[in-house]
Design a protein around this ligand. Structure first.
Ligand SMILES: Cc1cc2nc3c(=O)[nH]c(=O)nc-3n(C[C@H](O)[C@H](O)[C@H](O)COP(=O)(O)O)c2cc1C
Length: 182
């Protein structure tokens, strides 16, 4: 699985959560200012930001507007704030409008509880990764079942064609034999 953790953080709190998640997932968290667009396709993008005066940072909005749906299979959201969950609600709406799948729910840490929230952030990231792996596995399984069904159908069609050829061939030979006898 290709995983990326990206965040938008002015004062370091969302960054701290992003880094904790990234460490759990074995990747490096990156600020959207360091990498303003995804440079390669990812299976799961962990994306976080915070509200400032009730709105998300315009840079985060811009990031989502630029995010190409073919570059990401699934987005997992996280946020830190004093009370508001508006940033992730806004992110979800924007992403879903653009046809990008967003995992249900999000991770939230209160701004005064960042350190205490770190173990929960790790657990959330691990859980979301496992869910994404499971979803991919069942999609592969569904695909494999379809291929098996197609193979089965092809075998049946081939047998019907073979029987038809034998019957038609037999009829043609029989007609010729009858003609020859006359
Ligand atoms: C200027 C400013 C405005 C803020 N406005 C809100 C707000 O409207 N709602 C809220 O819940 N928290 C608000 N906060 C709290 C931040 O969202 C919170 O501290 C968050 O953890 C900051 O994330 P960061 O450290 O990653 O930048 C505000 C903080 C600042 C400094």
């Amino acid at each position: 699985m290709n995983i990326a953790v990206r965040y938008c953080s002015k004062f370091g709190r969302t960054q701290a959560i992003a880094e904790e998640m990234a460490d759990e997932l074995g990747v490096k968290a990156m600020s959207i200012s360091q990498e303003p667009v995804l440079v390669q396709h990812v299976d799961v993008l962990f994306l976080g930001g915070a509200p400032y005066w009730s709105i998300m940072d315009p840079a985060l909005e811009e990031y989502v507007n630029r995010l190409r749906p073919d570059m990401v299979d699934r987005v997992v959201l996280f946020t830190t704030s004093n009370w508001s969950h508006r940033t992730v609600i806004g992110l979800r709406t924007k992403l879903e409008k653009r046809g990008i799948t967003v995992a249900p729910g999000h991770f939230y840490a209160h701004m005064s509880m960042i350190d205490k929230s770190k173990p929960a952030a790790r657990a959330y990231a691990r859980e979301e990764l496992n869910k994404a792996i499971e979803l991919e596995r069942s999609a592969d399984e569904g695909c494999r079942i379809n291929i098996d069904k197609i193979k089965e159908l092809a075998t049946e069609v081939a047998s019907v064609l073979a029987v038809t050829a034998i019957v038609v061939g037999g009829a043609v030979i029989a007609r010729r034999v009858i003609k020859l006898r006359r």
